[in-house]
Design a protein around this ligand. Structure first.
Ligand code: ADP
Ligand code: MG
Length: 256
C-alpha cells in the first residue's frame, strides 16, 4: 500500500481551563490516502473541529502523533464555516492574500485568480468589498483564496453551513467537482449526511466526546462520475444514509 498522506496514530487531546479538563479526543487512529475525499461526521461537540485543527498544525496532540507526508506544509488548505475575508480589501485582493503574504505572488497566480473568479461568477464583483456580496459569493471567494495556494491537502470544517440550502447545494457541488478534478486530498467535516455521501469516497463516524471512530464506511455510488446533486439519486444512496443515521442517532441516545 502507498504511504498515506495523513497518518493519525493514537491521538489524544484535552482542553484545560479553570473548570477542569475536557478530554476531546482519545486514542484516535486513522489514515488518509493521497487523492482520497474523506468526510467526518459525528454529534456536535464530539471533537471534530479539534481534530481538524490538530491536523492543520494549529495545536499539537497530547499523546500520539500526526504524520503528514507533504513536504511543503504551506500546501495544507484550511477552510472554516466563516469566510474570514478582510473587509478593507477588495474580493480580488482577498483572493490573492495567500501568495501576497508569502511573497510569492506571480502572474500565474493572477491568471488562476482571473479564471476562478470567472468560473465562480465573481469576476464582476472582484473590485467590491466583501460586505457588498451575498454569503454564498463570499464563501466562493474564500474557496478561491484557499485554492490559489495549490493545496495538496484541503481541510474543510463545515464550510457550507452558513449558506442557505440552494446556495449550499450549488457551492458544495462546485467544490466537489474542483477537488476531484484537481485530485486534491480532502477532509470535509459536515453535519449533513447527504452532503457527505454525495461528495466523499469514505465517511468516518465519530462517537460522542471523547471522539473515537464508530464507523469507517467506504462509499461506492454507481453514479460516481456524475455531479454530487445527481449522486443523491444513486440506488445505494438511501442505504448509506440509513447506516449513517443509525450510527449517529445511537450516539445521541447515549447519556453521558
Ligand atoms: P465539534 O467540532 O465536534 O462540534 P469541538 O472539537 O469544537 O467539537 O469541541 C470538542 C469538545 O471540546 C467540546 O465539548 C467543546 O466544548 C470542547 N472545547 C472546544 N474548544 C474548547 C476550548 N477552547 N476550551 C475548552 N473546551 C473546548
Ligand atoms: Mg466544529
Amino acid at each position: 500500500m502507498n504511504q498515506p498522506i495523513l497518518d493519525c496514530r493514537n491521538v489524544s487531546y484535552s482542553y484545560h481551563n479553570l473548570s477542569g479538563e475536557t478530554l476531546a479526543l482519545s486514542n484516535l487512529s486513522f489514515q488518509v490516502q493521497a487523492g482520497e475525499f474523506l468526510s467526518i461526521v459525528g454529534p456536535s461537540g464530539c471533537g471534530k473541529s479539534t481534530l481538524l485543527s490538530l491536523i492543520a498544525g494549529l495545536s499539537h496532540p497530547e499523546e500520539g502523533e500526526i504524520i503528514i507526508n507533504i513536504e511543503d506544509k504551506s500546501r495544507i488548505g484550511y477552510m472554516l464555516q466563516q469566510d474570514h475575508l478582510f473587509e478593507w480589501r477588495s474580493i480580488r485582493r482577498n483572493v490573492l492574500l495567500g501568495p501576497e503574504i508569502n511573497h510569492i505572488l506571480s502572474s500565474e497566480h493572477q491568471t488562476l485568480a482571473d479564471r476562478l473568479l470567472k468560473d465562480y461568477g465573481l469576476d464582476k464583483f472582484q473590485y467590491k468589498r466583501p460586505c457588498e456580496l451575498s454569503g454564498g459569493m463570499k464563501q466562493r471567494a474564500a474557496l478561491i483564496r484557499t485554492m490559489l495556494m495549490h493545496p495538496k491537502l484541503l481541510l474543510l470544517d463545515e464550510p457550507f453551513s452558513a449558506l442557505d440550502y440552494q446556495t449550499r447545494l450549488m457551492v458544495s457541488a462546485d467544490i466537489g467537482r474542483i477537488i476531484k478534478s484537481s485530485k486534491i486530498t480532502a477532509i470535509l467535516i459536515t453535519h449533513d449526511l447527504s452532503e457527505a455521501i454525495s461528495l466523499a469516497d469514505r465517511i468516518i463516524v465519530l462517537s460522542k466526546r471523547p471522539a473515537r471512530i464508530k464507523k469507517d464506511l467506504p462509499i461506492h455510488l454507481t453514479l460516481k462520475d456524475q455531479t454530487p446533486l445527481a449522486a443523491r439519486n444513486a440506488p445505494e444512496f438511501s442505504s448509506y444514509f440509513s447506516i449513517l443515521w443509525k450510527e449517529i442517532a445511537d450516539e445521541y441516545q447515549k447519556t453521558n
